[in-house]
Ligand binder design. Structure first.
Ligand code: NCD
Length: 332
């Protein structure tokens, strides 16, 4: 199958087409194979420069992008805002231009404000550079690589030989927790609804306001997206194939969106007991970092029969290799 790829930047999954998801899944599967070899490195991006510009803290996403770039033999630059010239008043666009002047090919950007990766991508295009910009999480907007690694983890489980989007057709996936503030949820909603899965969101009304779904129904593409909202847990869990839990962002307590963490756990926390409503072969995902005992019980998180959490982290490297490769080798 010929790979369908014509993107220079990856900023959002809103307009991703099924063939693009399949290109990512297929490429990630071949890199997964590379990662199982004794020599886990390929020369695909030799001589190219990947700059990780993380303006917000991150453990797994930053390390995973760095390792992915290194496995592709790219040279990597890591930027730490607290020790950078940002502290001397340099603007973010000027920081990006500095990295451009050093010959960077791909910029991986994380920022607490939505839209920063887009602004940098627009500036790079205006300057007629061929730099590709990757959104590694912007505010509450999107986190495409997380959703793509979640998709890969699920598809790999359903068919380890040939992970592909259509495997999710008719599956029921529950996304539970702080949906409102979650860029992970937004990107996953785009990818999972594009696959033909039924996506069920469950959260207290303060974390899932009714108009939340409007951004999906306003979608101009002709994909038949199935998204359902619930303000209690059971209808979302009923016969679910996958349950995706989200970090309860503790800072939300300060905004009085929740009475207490204990009460939240009682109503929406995922436990072995609660999973009995799901299909017997149900699996649980979490993007990390986890608040043990809040959104998911500690025992369930560590139970390999149900938890895909460490597979998600492992898949992350192969998926990010695929994404950097597709962006870097095509030079659209
Ligand atoms: C998430 C993020 O930073 O958006 N984590 C991640 O990248 N794996 C989720 C979160 O912070 O809750």
């Amino acid at each position: 199958m010929a790979l369908s790829w014509a993107r220079r930047h990856i900023l959002s999954l809103a307009d991703f087409q099924p063939a693009e998801y399949d290109a990512v899944l297929q490429t990630a599967a071949s890199f997964q194979e590379v990662l199982s070899r004794r020599t886990k490195k390929v020369p695909a991006l030799q001589g190219q420069v990947v700059a990780n510009l993380f303006f917000e803290p991150s453990t797994r996403t930053r390390s995973s992008f760095e390792l992915a770039a290194k496995r592709l033999s790219a040279d990597t630059l890591n930027f730490a805002p607290s020790t950078s010239s940002l502290t001397k008043g340099e603007t973010i666009l000027d920081t990006a231009k500095t990295y451009l002047a050093m010959g960077t090919d791909i910029m991986v950007i994380r920022h607490r404000e939505a839209g920063v990766p887009l602004a940098i991508a627009q500036e790079m295009d205006r300057l007629e550079s061929r730099v590709g910009v990757f959104n590694a999480g912007d505010g509450q907007h999107e986190h495409p690589s997380q959703a793509l690694l979640d998709l890969f983890t699920i598809c790999l489980l359903l068919d380890p030989e040939k992970p592909r989007l259509s495997l999710l057709q008719g599956k029921k996936i529950a996304i539970v927790g702080d949906v409102l503030h979650s860029r992970v949820a937004r990107s996953n909603i785009w990818s999972l609804t594009a696959s033909g899965a039924e996506v069920h969101l469950a959260a207290p009304p303060t974390l899932l306001p009714k108009p939340f779904a409007e951004f999906v129904t306003a979608d101009a593409q002709n994909l038949d997206r199935q998204l359902f909202l619930h303000w209690s847990l059971n209808p979302a869990l009923e016969a679910a194939d996958f349950v995706m839990t989200l970090r309860l962002q503790k800072e939300r307590m300060m905004q009085h969106l929740l009475p207490s963490l204990r009460e939240y756990h009682q109503q929406f926390g995922i436990t072995h007991q609660r999973l009995k409503r799901c299909r017997p072969e149900v699996k649980v995902l979490h993007p990390g970092p986890v608040n043990r005992g809040v959104e998911i019980s500690s025992e369930l998180m560590d139970d390999p029969q149900f938890s895909l959490i460490s597979q998600q982290v492992t898949s992350g490297v192969a998926v990010r290799m695929a994404l950097l490769y597709l962006m870097g080798s095509g030079k659209v």
